[in-house]
Design a protein around this ligand. Structure first.
Ligand SMILES: [Zn+2]
Length: 393
């Protein structure tokens, strides 16, 4: 089995290298924005989005223009990759099943700067803790925490909160895995508990955002009082971005630990097929409905997004496919109202948020555990019926 993997490290460029990276990122950002503007014009004229190939040809045209000739100092690869990304962003946007956002203009200093170097083995080189990038960038140091394994296909250099990072994409051939465990588990995802497993264990919610929310609000207020683009404003801006980065890091760390531990211990993981992107959208309300419960819902939705259920599921899926296990997504309706003992479905079974007591057979358990048990049962049933449509392996 061929797997793709990324290794990300903090980069330590010299001042000169950093300045040049910033220039290259600026060029790439310009190309993205210029390409996006072109696409929007095409749409306005009732035409289709240009193909990836057509977009690619634009770069050559632009370089010939007098006012854009400075683009020549950028590496064509970097610019082409940006337009390739732009094209993929449009494709995602037009794919109704993804509910992706429309591509947006990139602004300087918004943690959106990144350039990708393709054909790594041709133009770049890796040596313990150093990487050679094309042209005058030359050798750059990075903080290696674990050794890169596999064949490097490309690498991406990005700027986040004032620090440079490098991420190597590798391909690695590994033996077809066989999951070491034979057990199956159902997962119930919730707000009070991030996940509850059918074996009765649970993980507390992370709510990294909540924890840092107050500080973020305070620092934001300070930012709004400063003169835009002044030295103090920039300093404050960096502070705000740092908090954002810290929240993202906390959350990532938490999600990875959680998904690894569940994936390691269970060959089959059944989860609810929650359409997270739909759930988080519905709170805005449609024109007819005007979003009843908007306030309550947006609170719940914030927690959902906060805890990254979508990302959690993605991690479970790829970790299971690496270890030879599987993830089964099951329909979510009534999982919290069905009695796992006698199958009776009733709202009244769920006495409180936390307590489940069947009105038919008196079966009692924690409501989230009941949810997880039902999810597991549905997972088994799906597999037994051979309904493969929902099985992600
Ligand atoms: Zn019952």
């Amino acid at each position: 089995m061929l797997i793709r993997k990324a290794y990300k490290y903090r980069l330590d460029p010299t001042a000169e290298q950093a300045a040049w990276l910033a220039v290259l990122c600026g060029h790439a950002r310009f190309v993205w924005n210029h390409g996006l503007r072109y696409c929007l014009e095409q749409l306005e004229q009732g035409k289709k989005i240009p193909s990836a190939f057509e977009l690619n040809k634009l770069i050559t045209q632009w370089k010939k223009q007098d006012d854009l000739s400075w683009l020549k100092e950028a590496y064509t690869d970097n610019l082409q990759q940006k337009l390739k990304d732009l094209h993929s962003a449009w494709m995602r946007y037009f794919d109704k099943s993804l509910a992706a956002e429309k591509p947006r203009f990139k602004k300087k200093g918004k943690n959106q700067d990144a350039i990708r170097f393709v054909n790594f083995n041709k133009y770049c080189q890796l040596d313990a803790k150093r990487v050679k990038l094309p042209g005058k960038l030359g050798w750059l140091k990075f903080r290696e925490s674990r050794q890169v394994q596999g064949v490097i296909k490309n690498c991406t250099v990005s700027l986040k909160s004032g620090h440079w990072y490098i991420s190597f994409q590798v391909e690695q051939e590994v033996a077809d895995p066989c999951h070491p465990s034979a057990s199956a588990v159902g997962v119930d995802m919730g707000v009070a508990r991030f996940v509850t497993l059918s074996d009765g264990s649970h993980l507390k919610p992370l709510n990294a955002f909540r924890k840092h929310e107050k500080r973020l609000a305070v620092e934001h207020r300070k930012l709004s009082r400063k003169v835009k683009f002044s030295a103090n404003w920039k300093k404050q801006k960096a502070k705000v971005q740092n908090i954002h980065t810290r929240i993202a890091n906390c959350r990532n760390d938490y999600l990875h630990k959680a998904s690894t531990s569940i994936s390691k211990n269970h060959a089959m993981i059944a989860i609810e097929d929650l359409r997270v992107s739909n759930m988080s959208k519905s709170a805005q309300g449609t024109e007819e409905q005007h979003g009843t419960n908007v306030k309550a819902k947006s609170g719940l939705n914030k927690s959902i997004l906060d805890q990254g259920w979508h990302e959690f599921r993605r991690q479970l899926e790829y970790k299971q496919s690496w270890s030879g296990g599987m993830v089964v997504a099951v329909p979510a309706h009534h999982t919290s109202q069905t009695c796992p003992n006698c199958g009776h479905v009733s709202k009244e079974n769920r006495q409180t948020q936390a307590r489940f007591k069947c009105i038919e057979c008196d079966y009692m358990n924690n409501a989230d555990v009941v949810g997880a048990l039902n999810v597991l049962e549905r997972g088994h049933r799906l597999l037994a019926c051979g309904e493969s449509a929902l099985v992600a392996q």
